[in-house]
Design a protein around this ligand. Structure first.
Ligand SMILES: [Mn+2]
Length: 203
């Protein structure tokens, strides 16, 4: 040994991104306890990111100052981009992780399927319809945009399918919770996996 001290920073990352439309900072820890500190300026979006953090047993702080005087589009989409980047950074080399995660999650009458692969190849299949334009100040059409941005910046194949549901708040919350559980599974380390889980040797 050369006497240097190596600090294991764990599976954490922090990213800040500022454009003319949004100013976003996200701190993310895969191996957390579900502690969230979220402020996007959109109440229902905060509620969703809180649920995601809690049910994935991540720790996350999110600070967003977006151009909400325009609408919620840039704020939600750009948060998806930065969240995907920060999760990708926190996952790191993917050695030892399970790679795939799938869950079917109920929330009262809503039943949501989420299945994902941290393959490095972005692809979103989103199969759901909403019956209201908004939940609070959150535009329901932005759910798909959020997960699209996230799947591309993270390099993830993501399937989200609504199996049943009528209440839009329940359907969307079910999606964020299902995504959290599936991502938690995919990022979990398995002792039997000693390298990267791919016949190609890389992801
Ligand atoms: Mn709720």
């Amino acid at each position: 040994m050369n006497g240097m001290m190596f600090e294991d920073n764990g599976r954490k990352a922090k990213i800040s991104r500022k454009t003319s439309e949004t100013d976003i900072s996200i701190d993310f820890n895969i191996d957390g306890k579900g502690e969230a500190n979220i402020n996007t300026g959109i109440g229902f979006f905060d509620h969703m990111l809180n649920s995601f953090t809690k049910h994935g047993l991540f720790d996350m702080s999110v600070k967003v100052e977006g151009d909400l005087y325009v609408d919620t589009h840039h704020t939600i989409e750009d948060t998806g981009i930065v969240l995907g980047n920060v999760i990708k950074e926190a996952i790191g080399d993917k050695v030892g992780i399970k790679r795939y995660g799938s869950v079917i999650l109920p929330m009262d009458e809503a039943l949501i399927l989420c299945s994902l692969d941290l393959s490095g190849r972005p692809y979103l299949v989103f199969d759901a319809e909403f019956t209201t334009d908004k939940v609070g100040y959150f535009d329901t059409e932005m759910v798909r945009e959020f997960f699209y941005a996230l799947s591309y910046s993270l390099g993830m194949n993501l399937h989200i399918k609504m199996i049943s549901g009528t209440n839009n708040h329940h359907i969307i919350e079910g999606m964020f919770k299902a995504f959290a559980k599936a991502l938690d599974e995919a990022t979990t380390k398995d002792d039997r996996i000693t390298s990267i889980l791919s016949t190609k040797g890389s992801l």
